[in-house]
Each structure stands twice: as C-alpha cells, then as structure tokens.
Ligand binder design. Structure first.
Ligand SMILES: [Mn+2]
Length: 194
C-alpha cells in the first residue's frame, strides 16, 4: 500500500481494508467523497462495515455500506475476495476505484492487463444494481487497485519483477494527480494454498 494526502489536509480520505479469511482474503479500497475530515469519516464508516462482516457476499457488503452512509458524505469503493482454494477472485466496484490484474507471463517482460468492471454510482447516494464478477487467478498474478488521485496510464510499460510494495510506491510517485488524496493497494497471488 502507498498513499498521498491531499495538500492542505491532515487526514486521508482514502482507506484500505485487508482481512484474512479462512480460505483467502478480502481486499477493499474506499474513497470518501472529496477530501479532508468529512471524506475521512465517510471512508472510516465504510471500512468499519467491511471489517465487521468480511465473509458476506460482496453484493450484500456494498448494500450494507450504502445503507450505513446515512449522515455521511458517501464513498466509492471496489473490493476483491480472493479464494485461495479455488484460485478465484470475486470483484465488485461502485464508482471509480480502479482495478487491474497484471497477468503473470513467464516469457515476456510486459504483463497482460485485465481491467476490472466498475458500476457507476456513489454509495450512500445512488446504489446501482450490483453483480460481482469472478476471475480465475494464477500464481504470480498481481492485483492493483487505485483511487482517482492516481492518473490513468500507470499500468503502461509496467515491468514484471517488482514487488507489490515497489509497484505501489512507483505508482504513487509517478502518477498521483497531486490535488486529491491518492491510494494504491497491490497484492501478488502466490498460487493456491498447499
Ligand atoms: Mn478521490
């Protein structure tokens, strides 16, 4: 994970959640609307919901986050549940927290990229029809999630061989817009649990 606080603010309005599950992992990135204290509080509220019931289906989690934003500013959020028994990732995104799978390719230096679907909406204000999608994972695949404080194009010309932390640090350093909070969450799938 790497992050950047919007200049002039003291609190980060972007938030990550990572929870271990019996058969895998739940990862989410949340962007509270705008920046500053109210964005921070909205994102914290959403994170609390995610952390309190990490095994729920993603659709139910998003609906619950939407409901719990009453009195808060609203958030956009994307989440992935990694099933290490089946090497399967379930993905759901509402708003513009982007996600891309960088497919491990032993033969080439540039990974294949698979951009993940997003539903337009703002949790707390407008909840779209939700349908998660499932993607098979292979060992070495990397998931990268970014808030809109990161400019698109960060995945262009990306080399393999960086650790997820090196990737996150590189993206924050080279592709942040500089006028909003920014967050990158990256993880490499090591292959099915043995
Ligand atoms: Mn933002």
């Amino acid at each position: 994970m790497a992050s950047f606080v919007c200049p002039g603010e003291t609190r980060l309005g972007d938030r990550w959640v990572v929870r271990d599950l019996p058969d895998g992992l739940l990862m989410a990135v949340i962007d509270g609307l705008g920046h500053g204290r109210l964005a921070y509080e909205a994102a914290e509220q959403a994170a609390m919901v995610m952390e309190s019931r990490p095994q729920d289906p993603l659709e139910r989690l998003f609906a619950e986050v939407h409901r719990a934003q009453t009195g808060f500013r609203g958030v956009v959020m994307s989440a992935a549940r990694i099933d290490t028994r089946r090497s399967l990732m379930t993905w759901l995104g509402v708003g513009n927290v982007g996600g891309v799978i960088l497919r491990h390719s032993p033969d080439s230096s540039a990974p294949r990229r698979h951009w993940l679907a997003l539903h337009p909406g703002l949790l707390g204000t407008s909840l779209p029809a939700l349908r998660s999608e499932a993607y098979p994972l292979s060992g070495g695949d990397v998931l990268v999630m970014t808030t809109d404080g990161i400019r698109m194009g960060y995945a262009d010309g990306m080399r393999q061989g960086r650790t997820p932390q090196e990737l996150a640090d590189y993206i924050i350093a080279s592709h942040r817009t500089g006028n909003d909070d920014a967050m990158v969450l990256a993880a490499r799938y090591p292959g099915p649990a043995s």
